[in-house]
Design a protein around this ligand. Structure first.
Ligand SMILES: [Zn+2]
Ligand SMILES: [Zn+2]
Length: 249
């Protein structure tokens, strides 16, 4: 049984209604010892001061939960920042003001244009170009749902060499990726990123995190078994990240 779900959105994310107490109850009931609240940080949507206050209150709640479930469950204090490299000063300030175990960076939009305004090859190229810029800004620990653009196309238009550059940059900047199981429920793909990319990632490094990108209670254990199996078969070690340091579990 896989022991972690390191991609969960609580009601401190704009698009989730899940309260932390019930999240914790469900994780404990399913013998998941590590959860990470990766609440959305979208500076285009919420001002920095609001984000700081909100996350500091959330963290007090996480401390309370960790106390309550000591030895059974550890909730990690994380965030999923959209396009963090567009907001480098804000990210730096956030880091100073809020205690974070890790920062996940995700690309949800390309250059503020709708993905649909590009043709598919061009959009995919732009998406990975943006991923590369995000990695090179060097502010994050985890690259979130690599391949997310495939949710719109259900087909992979990525260029082999561009993926090589992305995976090399992830390694070079001491980052890791996640196996994100939301691909199946969102677009009937297997996982994010695709299996061939996870295999290529394994050629560069051995550690990974696993998460369901849960926004609802019934998504808290979604396909975790399958992700655990993928990691095991490929020889990838699931780790947790505490105070920005990776720990084997
Ligand atoms: Zn996301
Ligand atoms: Zn997410």
């Amino acid at each position: 049984m896989i022991k972690q779900n390191l991609h969960i959105h609580s009601n401190y994310s704009w698009d989730s209604k899940m309260d932390i107490d019930t999240i914790a109850e469900i994780l404990v009931k399913n013998n998941i010892s590590y959860g990470a609240l990766t609440d959305h940080v979208e500076f285009s949507r919420e001002p920095l001061s609001y984000v700081i206050t909100k996350l500091n209150i959330r963290n007090i709640n996480i401390d309370r939960i960790n106390q309550k479930y000591q030895g059974k469950l550890t909730l990690l204090k994380a965030v999923e920042i959209s396009e963090p490299h567009w907001y480098q000063d804000e990210v730096e300030k956030l880091n100073e003001e809020v205690e974070l175990d890790f920062i996940m960076g995700s690309i949800h939009t390309i250059k503020r244009d709708a993905i649909s305004t590009y043709d598919r090859e061009k959009a995919t190229y732009q998406y990975y170009k943006e991923i590369l810029k995000m990695i090179e800004a060097n502010q994050i620990d985890v690259v979130g749902h690599l391949d997310y653009i495939n949710r719109y196309y259900k087909k992979d238009y990525s260029l082999y060499n561009q993926i090589t550059d992305v995976l090399d940059a992830i390694k070079e900047h001491n980052m890791i990726i996640e196996i994100n199981t939301s691909a199946e429920r969102r677009c009937h793909l297997n996982v994010f990123p695709s299996l061939d990319k996870i295999c290529r990632y394994k050629l560069t490094q051995d550690e990974i995190i696993i998460g369901t990108d849960a926004h609802a209670f019934n998504e808290l254990t979604d396909n975790l078994e399958q992700a655990g199996l993928i990691a095991k078969e490929l020889g990838l070690q699931p780790v947790i990240i505490q105070k920005r340091k990776r720990i084997n579990i």
